[in-house]
Ligand binder design. Sequence first.
Ligand code: C5P
Length: 230
Amino acid sequence: MSHAHSAPVLTIDGPSGSGKGTVSARVAGQLGWRLLDSGALYRAVGYAAGMAGLDLSDVDAMARCAEATRIQFRAGAAEGTTRVIVNGHDATDELRTETAGAAASAIAAMAPVRDALVALQLGFRKAPGLVADGRDMGTVIFPDAAFKVFLTASASERAKRRYKQLKEKGLSVTLAGLQREIEARDNRDASRAVAPLKPAADAVIVDTTGMGIDDVVAKVLAVVHPLPAA
Ligand code: C5P
């Protein structure tokens, strides 16, 4: 199917703590484009499954859960924030924990779960454009995207960023524990058979180690609007 006439897409993939979430939200705001936080979908399904007392290793049950879970994004009270509503309940805070991340990563390795979320993700592609944040945005969901970025950073820097984020949210975590959990999750995401975490062949790779957020945002925006050569 040709997407020649559909809205432009910028995909931003990468491991956890690479700055994807913050950068994607800022870039979408600057471009005036919609934002798809695809990780929130996997987190929401894992959360719904937990609430229903389902066995997270049961592929059929997880696929049914992915099909049945109602996920809505709403603007939060503070400017630029988003609330995630799962089956009518505001689950934003519960979804941020590393436990929710690990549950998301476990069920995200199941092909029928991923299949159940494809149509929902494609539906985010609307004018004037879409910034899609995830692991397989440029490789599987929007392979025809005009703009693709893969954000990385060293494992220790990624753990430090997540630590700061979670601490600011008042969660009790240790840096060493977090680094272990993040590495385990990234290894699973990168080594799984379906839609593994990897840069699309045509993605611009940005290593954000040691870079400030403003510089990363500027680099990503330059992929969409290249500056004329001096
Ligand atoms: O990006 P976030 O940390 O919220 O993602 C949580 C988990 O969801 C990831 O570790 C990954 O296993 C899964 N995920 C995925 N594909 C995506 C987005 C997230 O498999 N496009």
